[in-house]
Design a protein around this ligand. Structure first.
Ligand code: ACO
Length: 457
């Protein structure tokens, strides 16, 4: 099969949110800390009657319905999530209820977990299946979903929730570029969830940021080396730079970190360039940083500031359009980077995207990270697969506008209720149907044996 990649993309986020500016006042922190400091505008959240199963049910059904697909046409479905409500039973098995009437049970794939990286691992698996001898000609579906909630304190404003489903197959408008992947994995305790009775992670915020940036450096170095060696084989001898990505999307814990990450990539380019011009142009005034070593700069505010300023225009052009969902719904964990992809597609024209390379950096604490790229098809004509994909996401801003704003004290109460009822048997979870978008699945009951029942609004 040729041009294996993403054919369609469906987004689900909760129908309610808190305003970060109001949360600043409620939390008693300095005005501007969450909004200007972290770059966050709003944060979506779920009441107790939404869980990881309901989120994924909603997004998969939407993908199939809106794409007018038949349930028989799917031969693989896998889920990337870190929202674990059962240590054995996969979310994937719950999703098989959707296939019930079609009689299709021949569906490979299961859940994958490592913090925010599970969705990317699932996407790589799905693409590998389509390219393999095991492929039976049908589509693969990749689902990423999470409910990202933190205990009260400085991490709480970096939460979010949502799910994304992607249809994967050949002749895609977004092609996973073969051989162009840089991965970095290592053992770190930056963010983890050892307390299985709680939804909240144990997180070392500053360490997690350093781990993220180090993984970014390493992945970019490997990605670049592989791109350059592909070029060499084709007789082209030149370095890979940020110019070779028309767009760059990132796993987005909060938007400010992504802006800093673009600066970080520019620092990588700068250090890899043999004789950069520091008198004029992109690297103007950066001469004092010529001798720095990447590994010594993770906490340097000087380096951060200089390269953030130098990369401002690159950020505005290549990355800013991808931050719509992240700034207004927050960190969805596994779907975060795919939400950036959806936002980029929603805010660009098919003509602007056609033929471009989108760089993608996926990070999951603990840690697992990859940089890879998507090549957008050349054909942007009306009715083309690219045009259909782009138009299917055009209503994203309007859908965000249609959500209900909730006061911070009500949000805090709902979080409290989630804490109290999380993993409780024999109860009906609290939450109103009125606070859900039409077509949303929700949890109606957990019985005495912890079996969960769902209904669709
Ligand atoms: N106006 C403008 N900016 C302000 C203000 C203000 N009044 N007050 C503070 N700021 C700025 C700070 O200067 C800082 O910006 P800088 O780093 O560019 O200097 C920013 O706001 C945040 O302030 P901090 O004091 O650094 O915030 P704190 O340490 O309290 O919390 C953190 C931030 C660590 C990100 C926390 O929210 C957290 O732990 N989040 C979860 C972990 C996370 O998301 N990690 C990222 C990778 S791992 C993952 O994806 C889960």
């Amino acid at each position: 099969p040729k041009d294996v990649g993403i054919l369609a993309l469906e987004v689900y986020f909760p129908a309610q949110y808190v305003e970060q500016e109001e949360l600043e006042r409620y939390d008693g922190v300095e005005a501007g800390k969450y909004t200007r400091g972290l770059g966050q505008q709003q944060m979506g959240f779920c009441a107790a009657h939404e869980d990881i199963n309901s989120l994924c049910l909603t997004v998969v059904q939407r993908l199939v319905e809106r794409g007018r697909l038949s349930w028989d046409s799917i031969g693989r479905l896998e889920v990337g999530t870190e929202t674990v409500i059962d240590k054995s039973k996969a979310v994937k098995t719950v999703l098989m209820q959707l296939f019930h009437d079609s009689g299709n049970t021949d569906v490979e794939g299961i859940d994958t977990t490592n913090a925010c990286y599970g969705g990317t691992a699932s996407l790589f698996n799905a693409a590998a299946w389509v390219e393999s001898s095991a492929w039976d000609g049908r589509y693969a579906v990749v689902v990423c979903g999470d409910i990202a909630v933190y205990a009260t304190g400085n991490a709480r404003p970096t939460g979010g929730a949502g799910a994304i489903a992607m249809l994967v197959g050949p002749n895609a408008p977004l092609v996973l570029e073969r051989g162009l992947r840089g991965t970095h994995m290592e053992h770190a305790y930056d963010f983890y969830k050892p307390d299985l009775s709680s939804e909240y992670p144990v997180v070392d915020g500053q360490l997690s940021i350093q781990c993220y940036l180090r993984a970014l450096d390493r992945c970019y170095a490997v990605y670049r080396r592989k791109a350059e060696s592909q070029w060499q084989q084709a007789g082209i001898q030149r370095p890979f730079t940020l110019d070779d990505f028309k767009f760059i999307i990132f796993h987005t814990p909060f938007c400010k970190l992504v802006q800093k990450s673009v600066g970080r990539l520019l620092l990588n380019d700068f250090l890899a360039t043999p004789n950069p011009d520091t008198a004029a142009g992109l690297y103007k005034g950066l001469q004092p940083f010529r001798g720095v070593k990447l590994e010594d700069t993770y906490t340097s505010k000087e380096v951060e500031k200089a390269f953030q300023a130098a990369s401002q225009e690159i950020f505005n052009q290549k990355t800013k359009p991808s931050l719509l969902l992240s700034s207004r719904n927050g960190n969805m964990y596994t779907p975060s980077m795919y939400g950036c992809l959806a936002s980029l597609l929603a805010q660009s024209s098919a003509r602007d995207l056609a033929g471009s390379r989108i760089g993608a950096f996926s990070y999951g604490s603990g840690l697992a990270a990859s940089m890879f790229s998507l090549r957008v098809s050349q054909d942007a004509s009306p009715g083309s697969p690219l045009d259909k994909l782009v138009s299917s996401l055009a209503d994203l801003p309007a859908r965000l506008d249609a959500r209900k704003r909730v006061a911070p004290q009500d949000f805090a109460e709902i979080m409290k209720r989630r804490e109290e009822t999380h993993h409780l048997a024999d109860h009906a979870p609290h939450g109103s149907q009125a606070d859900l978008f039409p077509g949303t699945w929700y949890l109606t009951r957990v019985d005495a044996k912890y079996r969960r029942e769902y209904a669709r609004k």
